[in-house]
Design a protein around this ligand. Structure first.
Ligand code: ADP
Ligand code: MG
Length: 344
């Protein structure tokens, strides 16, 4: 055990300031609006006349992630994604993040470095500057909190509350994959606990596992909408499942909706894996979280533009009745409530 630990550095050997220096030394700021970054009492951002958007997400070990199958590099990446996705969901551009961590002494410098290498890749991919944070110890486990800062696009931010009667409901990508990826990983963990020599073959589920461990945020959709001159009337990102997000939009907008089951985008791999796990793919799409797709409403006249993007699906429309309905493949109407597992 001791020998194995030799190549690892205990955090108390380097101290808090040493740790911050090591973790942040390779980060460069590239956005014009970042005036002052890490190293002072506060960072300085110049957003000129633009409105500032800000959103925070926190991930707690044992609640939001399990390090027995979650590589720290991926965790760093995902923590950034879940936070910047909220800025995109406001029709925004994300330019800066701050990252705060609480770590127990069970972690070594090398592990926290892994976490930051994932953060760094995400910053690079999404052109975001790391401008600060906080570092502290925890009694048990790892906590990571990411605050994302941005500005709204020139045509303004989009709230959850703007959906109007007869607006079309649009969703990006496909749904349910991240939840199924988690089911696959949990199953392999149980197998591993029984037989530590088992070597799981996850290649068949690669896309699902990837959606769980290394999700992406839909900046491409925000850019597409911008280029197409389409401003959604309301928007939200799907972190908790389609049903709770459409409920948020309808409640905020004081409207109802019809969602058509046969229009909900679900990949073939998701459908196949649902069969294997004895799950209903519609239920998984409605209730499985962490897909980080965008759900938004548009005016009918914008349909032509939206149809040009093959990764966008029209799944229903808004109505004035304040009733939220799922129209099933057989034509039945089911109320979308908090669509739990027993609703079907
Ligand atoms: P203070 O005592 O003013 O809170 P700190 O010593 O905590 O300052 O932080 C020093 C600098 O390092 C600050 O710019 C802070 O934003 C940044 N920083 C601290 N922890 C982190 C972290 N985990 N990730 C990124 N930046 C950090
Ligand atoms: Mg501090």
């Amino acid at each position: 055990m001791e020998e194995k630990d030799q190549k690892f550095t205990n955090l108390d050997q380097i101290g808090e300031f040493g740790l911050i220096d090591i973790l942040t030394k390779d980060f460069e700021s590239n956005n014009k609006s970042t005036v002052l970054s890490i190293g002072d009492d506060a960072a300085v951002i110049d957003n000129s006349k633009e409105k500032t958007l800000i959103s925070t997400d926190m991930l707690v070990e044992g609640v939001h992630f399990d390090l027995s199958y979650f590589p720290l590099k991926h965790l760093g990446y995902k923590a950034v994604i879940s936070s910047i996705s909220d800025i995109y969901a406001m029709n925004g551009i994300c330019n800066q993040i701050t990252v705060s961590i609480a770590v127990s002494n069970r972690f070594k410098l090398e592990s926290i470095n892994e976490l930051y290498s994932g953060i760094k890749v995400a910053c690079k991919n999404y052109k975001v500057d790391l401008i600060g944070g906080d570092t502290t110890s925890s009694k048990k486990g790892l906590i990571i909190s990411v605050t994302a800062l941005g500005i709204s696009h020139k045509n303004g931010f989009v709230a959850r509350s703007g959906a109007e009667d007869n607006d079309l409901i649009v969703v990006s990508g496909n749904l349910g994959g991240a939840y199924l990826g988690l089911q696959v990983l949990e199953r392999e963990k149980q197998v591993f606990l029984v037989n530590p020599n088992s070597k799981p073959d996850l290649s068949k589920y690669k896309n699902l596992v990837q959606r769980q461990l290394r999700p992406e945020a839909r900046i491409d959709i925000i850019e597409f909408l911008h280029d197409s001159n389409v401003k959604p009337t309301s928007m939200i990102d799907i972190s908790d499942g389609l049903s709770s997000e459409i409920i948020h939009i309808c409640k905020s907008s004081k409207k109802g909706c019809n969602i058509y089951e046969d229009k909900i985008p679900i990949s073939n791999l998701t459908t196949q894996t649902c069969n294997e796990f004895n799950l209903e793919s519609t239920t998984v799409a409605l209730s499985g979280g962490e897909d980080y797709e965008l759900l938004f409403t548009i005016k009918q006249e914008d349909l032509k533009e939206i149809e040009k993007n093959p990764d966008l699906s029209i799944i229903g429309h808004i109505n004035s009745k304040k009733k939220m309905n799922l129209v099933t493949k057989t034509g039945k109407n089911i109320a979308i409530k908090s669509m739990g597992w027993k609703s079907f």
